[in-house]
Design a protein around this ligand. Structure first.
Ligand code: ADP
Length: 273
Protein backbone atom coordinates (compact mmCIF):
# COMPACT_ATOMS: atom_id res chain seq x y z
CA UNK A 1 0.00 0.00 0.00
CA UNK A 2 1.49 3.32 -0.99
CA UNK A 3 1.35 6.11 1.53
CA UNK A 4 -0.56 9.26 0.65
CA UNK A 5 1.79 12.15 -0.07
CA UNK A 6 1.98 14.54 2.86
CA UNK A 7 1.14 17.98 1.58
CA UNK A 8 2.36 20.74 3.79
CA UNK A 9 0.75 24.14 3.31
CA UNK A 10 3.15 26.71 4.78
CA UNK A 11 0.39 29.34 4.72
CA UNK A 12 -2.29 27.14 6.36
CA UNK A 13 -2.56 29.28 9.47
CA UNK A 14 -2.96 32.42 7.38
CA UNK A 15 -5.89 31.28 5.26
CA UNK A 16 -9.28 32.73 6.14
CA UNK A 17 -12.17 30.31 6.14
CA UNK A 18 -15.10 32.67 5.90
CA UNK A 19 -15.68 36.07 4.40
CA UNK A 20 -14.84 38.94 6.77
CA UNK A 21 -17.82 41.29 6.65
CA UNK A 22 -16.89 44.77 5.52
CA UNK A 23 -19.13 47.73 4.71
CA UNK A 24 -17.41 49.88 2.07
CA UNK A 25 -17.38 53.57 2.94
CA UNK A 26 -16.14 54.94 -0.39
CA UNK A 27 -14.31 53.56 -3.41
CA UNK A 28 -11.63 51.85 -1.34
CA UNK A 29 -12.44 48.36 -2.67
CA UNK A 30 -11.85 49.37 -6.30
CA UNK A 31 -8.77 51.41 -5.34
CA UNK A 32 -7.25 48.47 -3.53
CA UNK A 33 -8.03 46.09 -6.40
CA UNK A 34 -6.32 48.47 -8.83
CA UNK A 35 -3.22 48.56 -6.59
CA UNK A 36 -3.24 44.77 -6.24
CA UNK A 37 -3.50 44.33 -10.03
CA UNK A 38 -0.18 46.19 -10.29
CA UNK A 39 1.11 44.63 -7.05
CA UNK A 40 1.73 48.13 -5.72
CA UNK A 41 2.34 48.34 -1.97
CA UNK A 42 -0.53 49.98 -0.07
CA UNK A 43 -0.42 52.19 3.02
CA UNK A 44 -3.71 52.40 4.95
CA UNK A 45 -3.84 55.66 6.88
CA UNK A 46 -6.39 56.43 9.54
CA UNK A 47 -7.25 56.58 13.22
CA UNK A 48 -7.20 53.45 15.34
CA UNK A 49 -10.29 51.22 15.27
CA UNK A 50 -11.81 52.67 12.09
CA UNK A 51 -11.80 49.51 9.98
CA UNK A 52 -8.35 49.27 8.35
CA UNK A 53 -7.63 45.74 9.50
CA UNK A 54 -11.13 44.53 8.67
CA UNK A 55 -10.76 46.07 5.22
CA UNK A 56 -7.50 44.28 4.43
CA UNK A 57 -8.97 41.00 5.72
CA UNK A 58 -11.92 41.51 3.42
CA UNK A 59 -9.70 42.37 0.45
CA UNK A 60 -7.50 39.31 0.98
CA UNK A 61 -10.66 37.21 0.95
CA UNK A 62 -11.95 38.89 -2.22
CA UNK A 63 -8.60 38.43 -3.95
CA UNK A 64 -8.39 34.84 -2.67
CA UNK A 65 -5.01 35.40 -1.06
CA UNK A 66 -3.90 34.27 2.39
CA UNK A 67 -3.24 37.18 4.74
CA UNK A 68 -0.09 37.15 6.86
CA UNK A 69 -0.55 39.76 9.61
CA UNK A 70 2.15 41.17 11.88
CA UNK A 71 1.40 43.65 14.67
CA UNK A 72 4.42 45.91 14.80
CA UNK A 73 6.04 46.96 18.07
CA UNK A 74 9.34 48.52 19.00
CA UNK A 75 11.03 45.23 19.90
CA UNK A 76 10.23 43.72 16.51
CA UNK A 77 13.53 42.95 14.76
CA UNK A 78 14.37 42.45 11.11
CA UNK A 79 15.06 38.81 12.06
CA UNK A 80 11.51 38.45 13.41
CA UNK A 81 10.15 39.52 10.01
CA UNK A 82 12.63 37.75 7.76
CA UNK A 83 13.46 34.55 9.63
CA UNK A 84 16.31 32.89 11.45
CA UNK A 85 18.29 29.73 11.95
CA UNK A 86 16.97 27.67 14.84
CA UNK A 87 18.40 24.65 16.56
CA UNK A 88 16.17 21.60 16.81
CA UNK A 89 16.58 17.86 17.24
CA UNK A 90 17.80 17.51 13.65
CA UNK A 91 20.35 20.30 13.84
CA UNK A 92 20.06 23.89 12.66
CA UNK A 93 17.14 24.67 10.42
CA UNK A 94 16.05 27.85 8.73
CA UNK A 95 12.60 29.19 9.67
CA UNK A 96 11.03 31.75 7.38
CA UNK A 97 9.66 34.78 9.22
CA UNK A 98 6.19 36.08 8.29
CA UNK A 99 7.41 38.53 5.64
CA UNK A 100 9.52 35.86 3.93
CA UNK A 101 6.70 33.34 4.13
CA UNK A 102 4.30 35.75 2.42
CA UNK A 103 6.85 36.76 -0.23
CA UNK A 104 7.89 33.17 -0.95
CA UNK A 105 4.41 31.66 -1.22
CA UNK A 106 2.32 34.55 -2.54
CA UNK A 107 0.30 35.94 0.37
CA UNK A 108 -0.65 39.50 1.22
CA UNK A 109 1.56 40.62 4.11
CA UNK A 110 -0.04 43.18 6.43
CA UNK A 111 2.19 45.07 8.84
CA UNK A 112 -0.20 46.70 11.29
CA UNK A 113 0.93 49.98 12.93
CA UNK A 114 4.16 50.11 10.99
CA UNK A 115 5.46 53.22 12.82
CA UNK A 116 5.71 51.20 16.01
CA UNK A 117 8.59 49.24 14.46
CA UNK A 118 12.06 50.77 14.49
CA UNK A 119 13.39 52.18 11.19
CA UNK A 120 16.16 49.54 11.05
CA UNK A 121 13.42 46.91 11.08
CA UNK A 122 11.16 48.50 8.45
CA UNK A 123 14.09 48.98 6.08
CA UNK A 124 14.17 45.22 5.33
CA UNK A 125 11.00 45.51 3.31
CA UNK A 126 12.34 48.24 1.02
CA UNK A 127 13.67 45.99 -1.77
CA UNK A 128 10.28 44.23 -1.82
CA UNK A 129 8.48 47.49 -2.50
CA UNK A 130 10.19 48.53 -5.72
CA UNK A 131 10.28 46.91 -9.12
CA UNK A 132 12.91 44.40 -8.00
CA UNK A 133 10.47 42.73 -5.60
CA UNK A 134 13.26 40.87 -3.86
CA UNK A 135 14.05 40.08 -0.25
CA UNK A 136 17.72 39.51 0.57
CA UNK A 137 18.05 36.79 3.20
CA UNK A 138 21.61 37.54 4.14
CA UNK A 139 21.86 34.99 6.95
CA UNK A 140 20.82 32.28 4.53
CA UNK A 141 22.73 33.65 1.57
CA UNK A 142 19.58 33.76 -0.55
CA UNK A 143 18.06 36.47 -2.70
CA UNK A 144 14.35 35.67 -2.61
CA UNK A 145 12.31 36.83 -5.60
CA UNK A 146 8.78 37.53 -4.43
CA UNK A 147 6.00 35.27 -5.66
CA UNK A 148 3.88 37.01 -8.35
CA UNK A 149 0.84 37.10 -6.02
CA UNK A 150 2.70 38.72 -3.10
CA UNK A 151 1.64 42.19 -1.95
CA UNK A 152 2.73 44.35 0.96
CA UNK A 153 0.17 46.36 2.95
CA UNK A 154 0.94 48.48 6.00
CA UNK A 155 -1.21 50.60 8.27
CA UNK A 156 -0.43 53.69 10.23
CA UNK A 157 -2.22 56.29 12.31
CA UNK A 158 -1.24 59.83 11.29
CA UNK A 159 -2.96 61.16 14.43
CA UNK A 160 -0.02 59.91 16.46
CA UNK A 161 2.42 62.00 14.44
CA UNK A 162 4.55 64.27 16.52
CA UNK A 163 3.60 62.47 19.70
CA UNK A 164 5.23 59.29 18.54
CA UNK A 165 7.61 58.23 15.86
CA UNK A 166 6.99 59.09 12.24
CA UNK A 167 7.26 57.10 9.09
CA UNK A 168 10.45 58.03 7.22
CA UNK A 169 9.95 59.60 3.75
CA UNK A 170 12.17 56.89 2.25
CA UNK A 171 9.67 54.34 3.52
CA UNK A 172 6.38 56.14 2.92
CA UNK A 173 7.22 57.16 -0.63
CA UNK A 174 7.28 53.49 -1.63
CA UNK A 175 3.56 53.11 -1.05
CA UNK A 176 0.29 54.10 -2.62
CA UNK A 177 -1.99 55.28 0.17
CA UNK A 178 -5.66 54.97 1.03
CA UNK A 179 -7.11 57.27 3.63
CA UNK A 180 -9.61 56.01 6.19
CA UNK A 181 -11.70 58.04 8.58
CA UNK A 182 -14.66 57.23 10.76
CA UNK A 183 -17.55 56.08 8.56
CA UNK A 184 -20.46 58.49 7.96
CA UNK A 185 -23.02 58.26 10.82
CA UNK A 186 -25.52 56.02 8.98
CA UNK A 187 -22.81 53.65 7.84
CA UNK A 188 -21.18 53.60 11.27
CA UNK A 189 -24.51 52.78 12.91
CA UNK A 190 -25.03 49.92 10.44
CA UNK A 191 -21.57 48.60 11.28
CA UNK A 192 -22.17 48.76 15.04
CA UNK A 193 -25.61 47.13 14.71
CA UNK A 194 -24.20 44.36 12.52
CA UNK A 195 -21.07 43.68 14.55
CA UNK A 196 -22.70 43.65 17.99
CA UNK A 197 -26.11 42.35 16.92
CA UNK A 198 -28.02 45.30 18.41
CA UNK A 199 -31.00 47.37 17.29
CA UNK A 200 -30.31 50.28 14.90
CA UNK A 201 -31.64 52.79 17.46
CA UNK A 202 -29.02 51.85 20.05
CA UNK A 203 -26.29 51.87 17.38
CA UNK A 204 -27.37 55.38 16.32
CA UNK A 205 -27.19 56.65 19.92
CA UNK A 206 -23.68 55.24 20.27
CA UNK A 207 -22.61 56.92 17.05
CA UNK A 208 -23.99 60.23 18.34
CA UNK A 209 -21.90 59.75 21.48
CA UNK A 210 -18.83 58.99 19.38
CA UNK A 211 -19.31 62.21 17.46
CA UNK A 212 -19.42 64.19 20.70
CA UNK A 213 -16.17 62.56 21.86
CA UNK A 214 -14.53 63.24 18.50
CA UNK A 215 -15.18 66.94 18.96
CA UNK A 216 -13.04 66.75 22.10
CA UNK A 217 -10.12 65.34 20.12
CA UNK A 218 -7.32 67.88 20.05
CA UNK A 219 -8.68 69.53 23.18
CA UNK A 220 -6.75 67.27 25.48
CA UNK A 221 -8.05 64.02 24.07
CA UNK A 222 -5.68 62.39 21.55
CA UNK A 223 -8.47 60.76 19.60
CA UNK A 224 -12.24 60.38 19.94
CA UNK A 225 -14.10 57.08 20.34
CA UNK A 226 -13.37 54.58 17.58
CA UNK A 227 -15.88 52.39 15.78
CA UNK A 228 -14.27 49.48 17.63
CA UNK A 229 -15.16 51.07 21.00
CA UNK A 230 -18.77 51.48 19.91
CA UNK A 231 -18.93 47.82 18.94
CA UNK A 232 -17.61 46.94 22.41
CA UNK A 233 -20.15 49.20 24.15
CA UNK A 234 -23.01 47.79 22.07
CA UNK A 235 -21.88 44.26 22.90
CA UNK A 236 -21.93 45.05 26.63
CA UNK A 237 -25.46 46.45 26.34
CA UNK A 238 -26.52 43.35 24.46
CA UNK A 239 -25.03 41.31 27.30
CA UNK A 240 -27.24 43.12 29.82
CA UNK A 241 -25.16 46.11 30.97
CA UNK A 242 -27.07 49.42 31.23
CA UNK A 243 -26.15 51.78 28.35
CA UNK A 244 -24.51 54.49 30.47
CA UNK A 245 -22.42 51.94 32.38
CA UNK A 246 -21.47 50.23 29.13
CA UNK A 247 -20.29 53.54 27.67
CA UNK A 248 -18.27 54.31 30.77
CA UNK A 249 -16.57 50.92 30.56
CA UNK A 250 -16.06 50.66 26.80
CA UNK A 251 -15.59 54.31 25.82
CA UNK A 252 -14.94 56.84 28.60
CA UNK A 253 -12.42 55.04 30.80
CA UNK A 254 -10.34 53.51 27.99
CA UNK A 255 -10.10 56.93 26.28
CA UNK A 256 -8.44 58.92 29.07
CA UNK A 257 -7.15 59.06 32.64
CA UNK A 258 -7.59 62.83 32.92
CA UNK A 259 -10.28 63.63 35.53
CA UNK A 260 -11.55 66.72 33.65
CA UNK A 261 -11.84 64.86 30.38
CA UNK A 262 -13.57 61.97 32.13
CA UNK A 263 -16.16 64.45 33.40
CA UNK A 264 -16.60 65.95 29.91
CA UNK A 265 -17.02 62.48 28.44
CA UNK A 266 -19.48 61.45 31.15
CA UNK A 267 -21.54 64.51 30.25
CA UNK A 268 -21.44 63.41 26.60
CA UNK A 269 -22.72 59.97 27.65
CA UNK A 270 -25.53 61.54 29.65
CA UNK A 271 -26.47 63.73 26.70
CA UNK A 272 -26.64 60.65 24.47
CA UNK A 273 -28.59 58.25 26.74
P1 ADP B 1 -8.14 49.40 12.68
O1 ADP B 1 -7.39 48.32 11.98
O2 ADP B 1 -8.41 50.60 11.82
O3 ADP B 1 -7.54 49.76 14.02
P2 ADP B 1 -10.32 47.48 12.76
O4 ADP B 1 -10.34 47.11 11.33
O5 ADP B 1 -9.79 46.47 13.72
O6 ADP B 1 -9.60 48.87 13.01
O7 ADP B 1 -11.82 47.90 13.13
C1 ADP B 1 -12.35 47.76 14.43
C2 ADP B 1 -13.70 47.13 14.34
O8 ADP B 1 -14.62 48.07 13.77
C3 ADP B 1 -13.78 45.92 13.43
O9 ADP B 1 -13.49 44.74 14.15
C4 ADP B 1 -15.20 45.94 12.96
O10 ADP B 1 -16.04 45.36 13.95
C5 ADP B 1 -15.55 47.40 12.93
N1 ADP B 1 -15.50 48.08 11.63
C6 ADP B 1 -15.02 49.34 11.41
N2 ADP B 1 -15.23 49.73 10.15
C7 ADP B 1 -15.88 48.71 9.54
C8 ADP B 1 -16.41 48.53 8.21
N3 ADP B 1 -16.33 49.49 7.28
N4 ADP B 1 -17.05 47.37 7.94
C9 ADP B 1 -17.16 46.41 8.89
N5 ADP B 1 -16.69 46.53 10.14
C10 ADP B 1 -16.06 47.66 10.48
Amino acid sequence: MSALPITHDPLAQWRQHSEPWYLPVGDEVASFEAAYALRLPVLLKGPTGCGKTRFVEHMAWRLRRPLVTVSCHEDLTAGDLVGRWLLDAEGTRWHDGPLTLAARHGAICYLDEIVEARPDTTVVMHPLTDSRRVLPLEKRNELLHAHPDFQLVVSYNPGYQGMHKQLKPSTRQRFTALEFGYPAPDAEARIVAHEAGVEPALAAQLVALAQRTRRLAGEGLDEGASTRMLVHAAGLVRGGVAPRAACLQAVVLPLTDDPELIEALRAAVEASF
